[in-house]
Unconditional design. Structure first.
Length: 307
């Protein structure tokens, strides 16, 4: 039995290192059936559950339970706590952003499938979007909220610059998407348990970020990570369009030699331009129409066609 478990341990760890989280998750479950005291296996099971969690298979309880169990071990020191909290918060932040974008795409796809009668006014047609927004958010918001419970857990497990940034931005981003699509996600000012958790997570992470770094650019953004003009135009670092343009920069533009040169030039020249845009509603409108939105459409087109 011991030899068999040793082989399973090797298979589990090799699968984990190869990022085959489904296989690793199953192996760690088998190992933990034989040894409930192995903190490292509990921890890696938690990582696997975080990676595997999705709307049709929410593993939020598995993540929290696995990390809690591992943390009870004497080997789970402060350094490991920080590492785990940082990495899990990053995984969950990406899950939240992907989920919010998925919900928005579901709304757009269903709305675009509506047959428009000739002569229908644009405003009347747009009214048909409201029940679609409500239906789609109602279908997915409860599952999306499960990610926020994990985020709240890991932020409070180890509040620091990384975990609090992910916590703050996850609430900020999701509510921006929600507001763009009818505001049907939980309101921060509401009295439901969901609203209370989101509000407290938002306020806690903001307070911690300001305590750790009073001049931080996350809660007091004047433009961060180089998206100066887009952030100034949209008014928020976590606006979905700004997020999309950062992804376009990181995943496409910076992989080109000319793109790196352009980005370096842009970093030097754009902050002063962004200051003018930020102070003028007219400049924001013009910049959105002629720069930000066309770039956003190009980035979506490039991603869609895999260029």
């Amino acid at each position: 039995m011991e030899e068999k478990n040793g082989n399973i341990q090797i298979l589990a760890d090799n699968s984990f290192d190869a990022e085959n989280y489904e296989l690793a998750y199953n192996y760690y479950n088998r190992l933990l059936e034989q040894d409930l005291e192995n903190a490292e296996n509990w921890l890696k099971k938690g990582y696997c559950a975080a990676h595997l969690s999705k709307f049709d298979r929410m593993l939020d309880k598995e993540v929290i339970m696995s990390i809690k169990t591992a943390k009870n071990s004497t080997s789970f020191n402060d350094e490991k706590t920080t590492k785990v909290a940082n990495e899990i918060s990053t995984i969950i932040f990406d899950k939240i952003v992907e989920s919010a974008k998925f919900i928005q795409n579901e709304i757009d796809n269903e709305f675009n499938g509506i047959n428009i009668l000739p002569g229908t006014l644009h405003g009347v047609h747009n009214l048909k979007k409201i029940p679609i927004q409500m239906k789609v958010w109602n279908n997915y918001s409860e599952k999306l909220f499960q990610y926020f419970k994990v985020m709240d857990f890991v932020v409070r497990l180890k509040p620091n610059m990384i975990t609090c940034e992910k916590g703050y931005r996850s609430v900020n981003y999701t509510n921006l998407v929600s507001n763009h699509s009818g505001g049907h996600f939980y309101k921060l000012e509401g009295n439901s348990s969901e609203s209370i958790l989101l509000r407290e997570l938002f306020q806690f992470t903001k307070s911690e970020l300001n305590r750790i770094s009073p001049n931080n650019e996350i809660t007091n953004p004047k433009s961060t990570s180089g998206c100066f003009i887009a952030t100034a135009t949209m008014g928020n670092y976590d606006h979905p369009i700004v997020y999309e343009l950062r992804q376009f920069r990181d995943n496409w533009l910076l992989k080109k030699t000319w793109g790196q040169s352009f980005t370096n030039w842009y970093y030097k020249k754009s902050p002063k331009v962004a200051e003018f845009i930020r102070k003028s509603a007219t400049l924001k409108t013009l910049t959105f129409a002629f720069i930000v939105f066309p770039l956003y459409c190009i980035s979506k087109l490039i991603k869609k066609n895999g260029l």
